[in-house]
Design a protein around this ligand. Sequence first.
Ligand code: FAD
Length: 404
Amino acid sequence: MFDFAIIGGGIVGLATGAALGRRYPYARILLIEKEAGFGQHQTGHNSGVIHSGLYYQPGSLKAELAQAGNESMRTFCYEYGVPFDVCGKLIVASKPEQIPQLNALFERALQNNVPAVRLRPEEAKEIEPHVSCVAAIRVPTTAIVDYRQVCHALVHEIQQQGGELKVGTEVLQTVSTRLGYLIETSWGSLEARFLINCAGLHSDRVAKLGGVDPNAMIVPFRGEYFELKPERRHLVRHLIYPVPDPELPFLGVHFTRMMDGGIHAGPNAVLAWKREGYEKTDFSWRDFAEIVTYPGFWKLSSRYFRVGYQEMFRSWSKASFTRSLQTLVPEIEADDLIPAANGVRAQALRRDGSMVDDFLLVEGKNSLHVCNAPSPAATASLEIARKIVGKVPRPGRLSLVKMA
Ligand SMILES: Cc1cc2nc3c(=O)[nH]c(=O)nc-3n(C[C@H](O)[C@H](O)[C@H](O)COP(=O)(O)OP(=O)(O)OC[C@H]3O[C@@H](n4cnc5c(N)ncnc54)[C@H](O)[C@@H]3O)c2cc1C
């Protein structure tokens, strides 16, 4: 019988396993991952940015945990020898109409205690010589890292603590028992006193297996990327982001320098007809049927019809993708862009068509479910883990509570 079973070996599950092991060194901890390795979904397909925490609604979990996460992730990387680079980023207004929104972002940075500096166009060009803008903000604490390497370090830590890691093992059913949970997996049955669901794109389904209704469905949004040809990488030095549309949960296509020196451009956001559908043609009848029969989907579609159409058009038209990038760096040409690996974001959607903006942790009987952990959850992962550890009962108490 394990004290804790964590479902999902992405960065949130791994960070939770390591944090539990630090807090309760004698607890029996199990982490179950359905793929053959860790961090193979959202965590292994992201932009690799350690965000600053600037964008988020003050007082929200995202604002609190991203800002703290920026610091704790950098400290973790330093301590565990994971390379990272605090290169900073520019957010640029390409036209005068975007200046009020840029000003609002600057105010938000102050409210969230995130260091930020207003720049004139000529000052922005000193940092990014090829950028075009009418005004910009520089955020010096934004950094880059390869989150797969962070996962390796977390796996190592869990192993050192004596935690058990099972890969290639899918959780198929969870049954509440007098002592906790019976977990049926593709490998066999396991027992745990407390269940922690960090299943990312499948977190709503795993919650339902445990009898918990998160009141939201995960909708997958594919983010498609290009990368700059090596000989054109000089056009972008660090990270260049547009002013985001405040109505949308995504930041808009941007340029990101990766740890291997490559420059990624993207991601856009198109609805995926398969939860782990990385290619345009990927399709799952189950996922499709679930999406189109969910009332929230139709409400969302009618609200964002124009944006959705534009994103789909940009997905199929490299010329349109290029035009979006040219608003940031006009010298970019379609020929400079090579397709790169895509990612799929798990975004929780309510029945009323509103997207769950904040991180969402739902408590159940002897269980805790991370039901919405989109960006910046990789940045915030160590802090999300700390929050989870603060919410779960101590292992000794678990057995006492159950015996009573
Ligand atoms: C395109 C893109 C760009 C992003 N850019 C950034 C960024 O730059 N910075 C940032 O901070 N965040 C970014 N994010 C967000 C960030 O990557 C995610 O928020 C984070 O990785 C979520 O981690 P997770 O562990 O919750 O999910 P995941 O990494 O998806 O892990 C969930 C795991 O659960 C496993 N699982 C699911 N169901 C089961 C089951 N039944 N049994 C066993 N295992 C199961 C899956 O196989 C998976 O490995 C980005 C995301 C995307 C998609």
